[in-house]
Design a protein around this ligand. Structure first.
Ligand SMILES: NC(=O)c1ccc[n+]([C@@H]2O[C@H](COP(=O)([O-])OP(=O)(O)OC[C@H]3O[C@@H](n4cnc5c(N)ncnc54)[C@H](O)[C@@H]3O)[C@@H](O)[C@H]2O)c1
Length: 375
């Protein structure tokens, strides 16, 4: 474990903040990330920050106090998607690095604005998802990098669900602008694919919105209807710069299916990658040949056995202290945001859309591990 620590503030103490704080502070059997020295929590609802602070033995602050605190070098932004860029720009203006939940922004233009402001200020942007740093996904990356798959042909990516109104207490935002299956779940899948295959070069798509209104079936808003302002069934193809082509389906309209989340095809072997919404899961390969069977790939990489949300910001904090690039970075998140927005343009304009934001595959996590763990 590293003795180096970076002062951290956290803005947005809703649902997901609990998972971050458990992973950072080492609760529920997690090893913790001591490099993240949490100085305070804030929310536009002060009572939410106070409750979360009391739960974890931390300090609640107002947003202005947090931004003015000289001990805080980096802010973790866990607000809702439509507030990510607005809150991020405030943090940059206060001289803080920012790590944001996904998506980076709800449009490419606002994500670009955030990155430009950070570059101008000499500050860093990081962004979820960081599940691609999980042990199962890093193991899949090692399989791809070993070359055993042969020439990379393509793959499939599926997140097909009936929508969130059966369980989420307040699901209207999923069907409003900035919502939809692509912006909500696409970051996990597309980030994992870029980690495995490299940059996306082009996108083609078709999408539909068969219902213009949906009914909430979860409590406490059961029976209320919500307008649908986005397409809820999105299909298409991602053309990668290396020539691989991946078919994708993201939906809030599907009752059930039997696809695996991610498959990668090579001329010599195929690879199954587990659900990119999680850090662990089963990795499998199958060689070409009639008699061949799917074989498990043992997951030897760390961070496969728990909900390590904050792994990406721990890597970012260490990278700042060690003056090296961080993996879940703004360039990667902006590339993924451009790809997700391209699905809308490709579908509505009936054309293939070129992707322009350059991106490099992040280095495998193993290169920054000491004693098998990040500090
Ligand atoms: N809930 C999950 O399971 C989950 C999982 C992965 C990622 N995420 C992502 O995490 C983010 C937060 O999701 P959540 O479920 O925790 O949402 P949430 O609504 O439970 O919490 C968001 C919090 O941010 C606060 N907030 C909103 N706008 C703000 C602003 N302008 N300034 C300060 N505070 C503000 C709200 O008061 C609220 O406490 C989203 O980007 C979501 O996509 C959520």
């Amino acid at each position: 474990m590293s003795a180096k620590r970076l002062g951290i503030g956290l803005i947005g103490t809703g649902n997901i903040s609990s998972a971050y704080l458990k992973a950072i502070l080492g609760k529920d059997g997690m090893p913790g990330f001591p490099v993240l020295d949490i100085k305070g929590l804030a929310d536009m609802r002060p009572e939410a920050a106070a409750a979360r602070a009391a739960e974890f033995g931390l300090k609640a602050m107002s947003i202005d106090e947090l931004l003015a605190d000289p001990e805080i070098a980096l802010v973790i932004n866990l607000t809702i998607p439509r507030a990510h860029v607005e809150v991020g720009l405030k943090c940059l203006a206060a001289g803080k690095h920012v790590y944001s939940e996904k998506p980076l922004g709800v449009t490419y233009a606002e994500g670009r604005k955030l990155l430009d402001a950070a570059n101008a200020a000499g500050l860093r942007i990081g962004s979820a998802p960081d599940t691609f740093l999980g042990g199962a996904h890093q193991q899949a990356r090692a399989v791809v990098d070993s070359g055993v798959l042969g020439q990379l042909v393509g793959g499939t990516a599926f997140m097909l669900s009936p929508g969130h109104e059966s369980w989420h207490p307040d699901p209207a935002f999923y069907y409003d602008l900035g919502g939809g299956p692509m912006l909500d779940m696409g970051p996990y899948y597309i980030t994992d694919l870029v980690n495995l295959l490299g940059p996306v070069a082009s996108v083609s798509a078709m999408s539909s919105r068969l219902r213009t209104e949906r009914t909430i079936t979860s409590e406490p808003k059961r029976g209320q209807t919500m307008p649908v302002r986005i397409d809820t069934h999105v299909t298409g193809a991602l053309g990668f710069a290396n020539g691989a082509i991946v078919q994708i389906g993201m939906s809030f309209d599907v009752a059930g299916h039997k696809h695996v989340p991610l498959e990668i095809y090579g001329t010599e072997q195929s690879l199954i990658v587990p659900d990119p919404n999680f850090f662990g899961g089963a990795v499998e390969t199958r060689k070409r040949g009639r008699e061949e069977q799917w074989q498990p790939v043992p997951v030897a990489q760390p961070y496969a056995d728990g909900n390590y949300r904050s792994l990406g910001v721990a890597d970012m904090a260490l990278a700042i202290l060690e003056n090296r690039p961080h993996r879940a970075n703004g360039d990667l998140a902006l590339h993924v945001l451009e790809v997700m927005e391209a699905f809308e343009h490709a579908a509505s304009q009936g054309r293939t859309v070129e992707i322009k934001t350059p991106v490099e595959r992040p280095a495998p996590l193993a290169e920054s591990l000491r004693d098998g763990r990040l500090g």
